[in-house]
Design a protein around this ligand. Structure first.
Ligand SMILES: NC(=O)c1ccc[n+]([C@@H]2O[C@H](COP(=O)([O-])OP(=O)(O)OC[C@H]3O[C@@H](n4cnc5c(N)ncnc54)[C@H](O)[C@@H]3O)[C@@H](O)[C@H]2O)c1
Length: 555
């Protein structure tokens, strides 16, 4: 079957894509990456020969004009979701969710079967008012208590979607299935949901541990079960034209008990500090799944304790070693002296080796920080030497070098040895972009990195760019820094890269995820707007970001 997943880089979308690939279907994912992430998992899925990924904003009519036809199944998951988005920008929620629905209906040919993702949020008003029983069935009356309240914007947008699909289906003979998801959770769902949010806080050692709405009840559904239900529904002719719940009603759980389970799974034992529930959240929520069971024979199969454990393992792997300690920032680049206390807020810090004494490096290591020594591999700022070329780097003034000069190799290896002997746990290899200056030097540079790796043993090696050295570079280093990924410094200030450069960088960042490497971005910014822009893009491409000034004088 040819399957189109709109919003396919998101949480449910990518899990669904994997499942459909296992079932031997051709899968095309469309996403604008406003929330879905171009991470290692998307890169893995993308490598599958039956997968196509299209980056497009589905609120744009142009995007739909370019989208091919000929689908057996279409899953509409793309939407603005999440409490924070809804509270912050309800107008965007209504606009995006509605436009995507209406564009799809104008575009779609009548032979494709469509799944529309709706939500249990449609019952919030009725449950709140005590008008709707819990467990709740699909035919419960729906109540929008206050059209002006931001939290209803999401439910309203989904109800409009349901109505738009059901009426169009009747008028045009379209095959449509409406699934109302109830509290789906699992790996790769971001942090704006109670389960990952609690897991991340527990792993970071929060104590006392705040539990808002401890006395509320929820029924959580592991994502594999939700995907199973969706797939079965799309295979069931009787589901066409119906609204059907998707969830797990087997363990209705009090939020305080969820917290206790999270502690157990994370191996922590903090004191619970009960807090008021977030405004507008309902006290009890559970789907009646009779219709889903009757139509498909579905039974949830992942108990909450298993699902929470699997989710925890995924988030722990994302955070990497050291995740049990209080949360710290992944990396800092600081080219000044001292500031040891501030530097302990980071897992890795890149420093100028001549500014730090062995005792200071020992202090950082004791605090769980990995100090990395800055080293330039293709430029020399030292006194005149036979390996230097006549030309200088116009930005920094250092002399370019002849990379095949044995004196330079010896010089670099000596510096590396001295830094590691002084107590640095790794090296930061700078100026690896010789493809722009002396492309004939690329093999010599690669050889130099190989020699450093041989000498450095298992020390951490972080490369600055060096894309011309890939794929071999990926075998030699532990991480790659994408310096100036989104923002650069220009004469007298800082500015985003022009769109064509941003696109080029985006392509490279996507390719980097194919390697098993730590990926970082370093951007230069002097105001909050630019820093926020850099943060948004780094999050989109799943890069750990550090923002600083041109001189790297901030920590
Ligand atoms: N996860 C749940 O528990 C749950 C509960 C109820 C309903 N739902 C619904 O299921 C669907 C999937 O939810 P999810 O949890 O996977 O959310 P998600 O945010 O992870 O996935 C939605 C995807 O849509 C993409 N998107 C947003 N706007 C877009 C646009 N203009 N063009 C192209 N792509 C765009 C996002 O980048 C994201 O990848 C959503 O429609 C949501 O409303 C989910």
């Amino acid at each position: 079957m040819k399957v189109l997943i709109l919003g396919g880089a998101g949480f449910i979308g990518l899990h669904l894509a994997r499942r459909l690939l296992r079932d031997n279907h051709d899968v095309t994912l469309v996403d604008d990456f406003s929330r879905g992430s171009r991470d290692r998992e998307l890169a893995e899925v993308r490598r599958h020969p039956s997968v196509t990924v299209i980056s497009a904003d589905l609120t744009s009519a142009d995007a739909w004009r370019q989208l091919p036809h000929g689908w057996d199944q279409i899953y509409l998951l793309a939407a603005v979701v999440g409490v924070r988005n809804v509270e912050r920008d309800p107008a965007r929620v209504v606009r995006v969710n509605t436009l995507i629905t209406l564009h799809l209906l104008d575009w779609v040919r009548d032979d494709a079967k469509i799944f529309f993702a709706s939500t249990s949020e449609v019952y919030a008003g009725g449950v709140d008012a005590g008008l709707v029983p819990v467990p709740t069935a699909e035919d419960a009356p729906l109540l929008i208590a206050d059209v002006r309240a931001p939290r209803f914007a999401y439910a309203i947008s989904k109800l409009l979607g349901e109505a738009a699909f059901l009426h169009a289906a009747r008028a045009r003979g379209l095959s449509v299935v409406i699934g109302r998801f109830h509290n789906v959770y699992g790996p790769r769902m971001g942090s704006d949901h109670v389960i990952p949010e609690m897991l991340l806080r527990a792993m970071s050692g929060e104590n006392p541990f705040a539990v808002p709405g401890a006395d509320q009840y929820r029924a959580f559904c592991y994502v594999d079960d939700a995907v199973e239900a969706v797939v079965r529904l799309m295979d069931t002719p009787e589901a066409v034209g119906e609204i059907i719940h998707i969830g797990d009603d087997t363990e209705v759980t009090q939020i305080a008990d969820l917290a206790t389970l999270v502690f157990k799974v994370c191996g922590v034992n903090p004191t619970i500090q009960e807090k008021p529930a977030p405004p507008g959240s309902v006290t009890r929520r559970c789907p009646d799944l009779s219709k889903l069971r009757r139509l498909t024979g579905y039974e949830p199969s992942v108990p909450l304790a298993d699902g929470v454990r699997r989710t925890m393992e995924w988030y722990r792997a994302q955070l990497g070693p050291g995740s049990e300690r209080p949360a710290r920032q992944p990396i800092a680049f600081y080219y000044g002296r001292g500031q040891l206390e501030l530097l302990t807020g980071y897992r890795r810090v890149v420093l100028q080796p001549e500014f730090y004494e062995p005792a200071e490096l020992a202090f950082l290591r004791r605090h769980g920080v990995q100090p990395l020594a800055y080293m330039s591999l293709s430029e020399d700022t030292g006194p005149e030497a036979p390996w230097q070329r006549a030309e200088r780097n116009p930005d920094w003034g250092g002399r370019y070098v002849h990379l095949d000069h044995p004196g330079w190799t010896e010089h670099v290896l000596t510096q590396a040895r001295q830094a590691l002997d002084a107590g640095f746990t790794g090296l930061f290899l700078d100026t690896l972009n010789v493809e722009h200056t002396y492309p004939e030097d690329l093999p010599h540079l690669l050889r130099l990195v190989e020699l450093i790796r041989e000498q450095a043993g298992s020390a951490y090696l972080l490369a600055n760019r060096g894309f011309g050295l890939l794929p071999r570079l990926a075998d030699l280093v532990d991480g790659i820094l994408f310096e100036s990924f989104s923002v650069r410094w220009v004469d007298g200030g800082y500015a985003p890269w022009p769109p064509e450069v941003l696109d080029h960088h985006a392509e490279i960042a996507e390719q980097l995820h194919a390697y098993d490497l730590d990926l970082y971005a370093l951007d230069y910014a002097d105001n909050e707007g630019l820093a926020a822009f850099a943060a948004r893009r780094a999050a989109e491409f799943n890069l750990h970001l550090f923002v600083s000034d041109r001189a790297l004088s901030r920590v």
